[in-house]
Design a protein. Sequence first.
Lengths: 503, 150
Amino acid sequence: METLFANLSLGFVTAWSADNLLFCFIGALLGTLIGVLPGIGPLATVAMLLPITFNLPPEGALIMLAGIYYGAQYGGSTTAILLNVPGESSSVVTALDGHMMARQGRAGVALAIAAIGSFFAGCVATVGIAVVGPPLARIAQQFGAAEYFSLMVFGLIGAVVLASGSVIKAISMIIIGLLLGLVGQDVTSGAARFTFGLPELADGIGFVAVAVGLFGMAEIMTNLERSAKTPEGQAAVMKVHSLMPSRQDMKESTWPILRGTAIGSFLGILPGGGSVLASFSSYTIEKKVAKDPTRFGKGAIEGVAGPEAANNAAAQSSFIPLLTLGIPSNPVMALMIGAMTIQGITPGPQVMVKQPALFWGMIASMWIGNAMLVIINLPLVGIWVQLLKVPYKYLFPSILIFCSIGIYSLNNSPVDVLFTALFGLMGYLFVKLGFEAAPLLLGFILGPMMEENLRRALQISRGNLATFIERPISLGLLLAAVGLLVLVILPSVRRGREDVFQE
Amino acid sequence: MIRLRNQQDFVAGLFLIAFALLARYFASDLSMGRLVRMGPGYLPTVLAWILLGLGVLIALRGFITDGPKLESWAWRPVIAICAALIAFGLLLQHGGLVAATVATTLISSLAARGASPIAMLLLGLGLAAGSAGLFVWGLGLPLNIWPELG
């Protein structure tokens, strides 16, 4: 307990420096700014804003990224409530009842309760990370190469199973991601792999180009396509009257927020969990426990409070596997791994030991970032409303320029920008072929790590594949992965899963 | 009679097969090594085979289950966005930030209908000024603002 406080206070000292507070503030502000734009979800937002953090010191960069993530998350909810255009699947749920509340003239209350729920969930999940982190990291430090390899297999399979869509197509995306991740000079033998003689590819394909292209650019293309099909005309932005929830509102939201926080904190840790699953589950549960389930979809405040708390709690707790095991549980965390690597930090259990200020500073900044969101969003909601009225045709060139400069400045070379165009095209192709690009990014990040651990494990075992099932932890992880796959192939589970994602 | 019922899956499978074969081909001159000491070609080759299998499976599924038809492509935004990015990449180094920004804004505006060129030119100039202020003076990125002479 004492060390917990010592750790957290170290974190707050780090995060409370003027620089880091500023980075956190800018991150949350920019994240909200981009995240609020219709059709741009947290993943695309983080991908697009990633390059601007690269010139900062490591602490500042990661703190800013965390701020961007929460900001984007919250910005998406704002759009969902005011416009009924969810930026990403995690705010689909918020749009259901949030937008109905807005239509009833209660937009302000919906926004406020979303902020309060998120803030509360964020506080709890932050403490959760501080409590769970160190023991988990200690376990992870005993992991050998075989355990790490199996852990990654489990993580990748878990991410696929919990995501929506076709499992076999998602696995194909992972394999493509793994293959793309292997491009470049092989660390062990020095052989150039898939570089086509290009010296720029010796270090591998730029991770930012992949992320911004697949998510940012492909999203802009599909948004433009969609807006070309629908007739010109401004979507109706709801007016915001009073922000203050009544006592009755607070009473109705208390339990949903508590339940949402619990569900979200748990689901965020699971591979592939993250905010989407959390908000869907919370909504389903609130509907089940409600005395009058028919109110849902017609502006029930529980339908905003619960899922918003859940999605923020999950956003937060998904940092646990990242910070302790070095394994991303969802694509946004894969982006964080990429950012850490660019900053020269190898994610994993050693971060906590070797760079305690960075580790705890980041955790403290999550709390600060959440507080800032409340401060930024509620008073500034008028600005976001104005922003929603700016036509997309002026917005997207600005986003494009912003991204391009960031990507270019990464290596001061045009190659990354050209690759972004290529991956934008690829991302669009994936959309048309019904592939989800998120598993690809996970595979891309994990590819080199998986190969290294696979090689090392087999070297230690003298080429005996049985090492993966002879070591108990490794066996357990692999069995869990197989179990997940079997579960998802069983028809009854498949039906249940479709229900959840259709609602 | 055999009938294609899920066009999207069928084409998706073909894409995976093509990707796998290309990966297999380009990995063929890398040494495989053995399990105990894997060469650079080992994992890429294994992954390519797995991908090939999955591709065949997905393509075959196109005959078994019903699914969506292939959607048409909106070429206009796709080409405009890619061209805008390429223009930016090629222009920035020697043409400078202002030229690259204005060109990228103008090209990308072709992606959406109904954007007036003059408004887009103004937007481009505004963005150029803004990003010069923010990135070059603010963050100190080593970018040329004006074209390199000579």
